[in-house]
Design a protein around this ligand. Sequence first.
Ligand code: SUG
Length: 448
Amino acid sequence: MDHFEANFDGLVGPTHNYAGLSFGNVASFNNADAISNPKAAAKQGLAKAKAVGDLGLVQGILAPQERPDLHTLRRIGFTGSDAKVLAQAVKQAPLLLNACCSASSMWTANAATVSPSSDTFDKKLHFTPANLVDKLHRSIEPITTGRILAATFNDSRYFHHHQHLPKHASFGDEGAANHTRLCGDYDNKGVELFVYGREATKLNAIAPEKYPARQTLEASQAIARLHGLVDEQTVYIQQNPAVIDQGVFHNDVIAVGNQNVLFYHEQAFLNTKEKLAEIQEKFNRTCNRPLHFIEVPTEKVSISNAVNTYLFNTQIITLPSGDMAIIAPTNCEENQAVKAYLDELVTLGTPIKKVHYFDVKQSMQNGGGPACLRLRVAMNATEVAAVNPHTLMNDSLFTTLNTWVDKHYRDRLSIQDLADPQLIIESRTALDELTQIMQLGNVYQFQR
Ligand code: SUG
């Protein structure tokens, strides 16, 4: 095969914890203050990534970020030694300290928006890190994300890296979680779908009432301009505000696509009929293949079941045989209605023939399913060959990373532990070693 959709999974960082930081993300809120297990979280993620690689897909790993983020704490006025900065922060501003300790970069579906070279103006693969401005703990990710992406896709002949969008609510951008690409073969032209929650510059625009809409139309349009996408291959769709208000904080909680399949809940979008017609028309003109819309009705799967099990935060992958499989969290298997739906789905005659379940509960408890944990990068063979090879999953990297996790990670972390200065030392020691394993150079602030 000479065209691939690679998945780059976020390696869970040593400070993985449950701080209830994401208003509008039901799991994050419900599990606030629970005790986390960073070691198990990292191993669950690695096992899932390795299994997808073993199914025959190109699989990569993106390094986590430096947390606690002492640099942000110093920027907001805490001074003295690292230990003193933590001690002051926990006393004066514990919630800000929590925000500076989140391992949220593990959800690499929010790392960036990626457009493959067959869609872009200069025939390079484009990356724009997401600014993640809606949540403080996530808004401190994009600079380091940009460095990690540049160290992973480190060949300017093939990869074009942009700066994140201006950090203002008008440009709220959550990356690939609100972006889907439909295509024939991965290296052929495709149709890029941008799903947004609100239009920032229009007065009285339709928007959710209870929870924030993190992605704006203006951000999606800016990405399409930066990547040089053409209108004939681009569709903008507004998310249904009523489902955002029920906990669907990203489109990838309610819809997922792969090649010629779009799998979505009937309540996912606004103006569904018109938008599906536009997708169909653009797809027909761009891609030489039948398109399958798989719409899941509320009577089979309610919005609350979709949010609680992450049925749509599954990965739809194409196996070397050409059949598609779904990578689902075990939470789907444990829910009667959702399991029944998935059992039926593989018999419907669509390209989806099989479901594989993985336990990623440490991530799920913060609202991150299998699809949140990965950034998809469609590539041709030349581009795959240009990727930093030390970031690509194989038996050796899998063993090395598991050993590295065993050596450095705790198996229990409470919110109170975030103020432990020893955690800074542990985290930095681990990440310094990781940059050598993955040959990333000095991507972290503490190394510069
Ligand atoms: O941004 N949770 C993440 C989950 C991101 C899921 N990503 C996708 N759907 N693509 C978020 O809400 C919780 C952190 C905490 O509460 O400790 C958090 O950031």
